[in-house]
Design a protein around this ligand. Sequence first.
Ligand SMILES: Nc1ncnc2c1ncn2[C@@H]1O[C@H](COP(=O)(O)OP(=O)(O)OP(=O)(O)O)[C@@H](O)[C@H]1O
Ligand SMILES: [Mg+2]
Length: 242
Amino acid sequence: MEDQQPIVKLDNIAFGYPGGTPILKELSLAVYPKERIGLLGPNGSGKTTLFFIIMGLLRPTAGTVEVFGSRLWEEKDFSDIYRKIGLLFQDADDQLFCPTVLEDVAFGPLNMGKSRKESIEIARSTLADLGLEGFEDRITHRLSGGEKRFVSLATVLAMEPEMLLLDEPTTGLDARTRERLMDRLAQLDIAYLLISHEMDFLADTTDKVHAMEGGKILTDTTVKLHQHVHAHIHGSHPHEHK
Ligand SMILES: Nc1ncnc2c1ncn2[C@@H]1O[C@H](COP(=O)(O)OP(=O)(O)OP(=O)(O)O)[C@@H](O)[C@H]1O
Ligand SMILES: [Mg+2]
């Protein structure tokens, strides 16, 4: 795998919010195509901050960020690169801003230069893939928490990213919806970094899990999550655990 170019490569990143204590220190991480990595760490350990650094929303005080081989902050236009990485925000209200669900999901493709007709087709099929048929005309801000989470995922997937950054995607999801998310992630053939506090979910959806501690990623002590038997409330559908 190491002979491939990483999608994202962070080297010795340091970051602290203005006037605050350092959040990230000498943090290094590489994500290769199709790698599915979990991120585990206490509240406030800097996981969301790390995603913002990867997306270029925050600038590190030291270190380098490379995305698809391009060094961040040295090149002027990253928009093409960042279209290839989809960020699912921890808070769905940061993600959804259009009046209706269909408009929100079609926004990304439209913004990428696709025609209105094509964007709407993509939005409809993305919603259908997530089991959200019939949600097209729903008023976004009136959706339930779990519905917002799933529609947010649709807005991200509609852009056909090559990598996903998923910030606690299971928050607010009931058992059945959580399984639907798991199934959808299993169908995706792309790399992702997934932040979650749910060990079971991480074990089912990722190949390895890194722990964040003291502003660093403990890559050399990759957490091995073991599988254990668990019950499903809506357990009549057979499914596979990797
Ligand atoms: N805009 C900001 N200004 C100042 N401090 C911030 C800001 N955003 C986050 N912080 C602080 O930075 C630290 C790391 O926050 P971050 O959101 O990255 O943590 P996290 O690991 O994602 O936590 P959680 O598991 O609760 O989501 C926290 O102590 C937080 O209070
Ligand atoms: Mg967070």
